[in-house]
Ligand binder design. Sequence first.
Ligand code: ATP
Length: 224
Amino acid sequence: MPRAPEPAPLGLLGGTFDPIHLGHLRLAEEAREALGLAGVRLIPAGQPPHRDTPSSASEHRLAMSRLAAAGNPMFEVDDGEVQATVRSYTVLTLERIRAELGPRQPLVLILGADAFEGLPSWHRWHELFGLAHIAVANRPGYAPHGRRWPGTLSAELDAACRGRITDDITTLAAAPAGRVVPFDMTPLAISASLIRDLLAGGHSARYLLPDPVLDYIDKHSLYR
Ligand code: ATP
């Protein structure tokens, strides 16, 4: 009997999304297009392990993520980390999604360069490579990727990535996990902290994030 075709890779973009902004959405959209993803799941963190308590409660960050994803049929919002009672560790989320979608489904964890550089501080980080591919986008202000990586990554990250890094995106569909793929996105120097600082200072953040998200922020008096 002919073997069923491999399912198209699914993108996963986790973040604090405090608030979600156009940098996140372009990252998801450009990853989807460049890497041939079937879609992208946006996964707001509940209690993120790496940082101070977010400015906004997880219900607000989830609601803003839903508003941001609305209207794009290729995006969906995964509320698993927000609903969980344990801290948000990516390895646990990948295990959950792997159990949900099965061993053959290619998964692509999408990271900006800053998040990728910080990978060795993540809980059980070596296991991430066995659960998903990792796609890394450039981000203004962080080390460029691609062929310059071997010189810029920390020794432990360099060692973990050896033999995994490829520009060949067809490898993403050919296996469920294990590749590291750098890709270029339109450089956008937008960050959630910039937006929080603007709003806290009484300045406009318009055009850095979707209007419905900004309306939500105004309505709930967030980041004042
Ligand atoms: P903060 O400013 O509060 O640190 P942030 O803007 O970095 O927040 P996160 O929710 O921490 O947002 O980021 C989630 C993911 O999106 C990370 O992988 C991060 O690298 C990536 N990311 C965020 N903004 C950009 C951007 N402008 N370009 C590329 N990647 C981005």
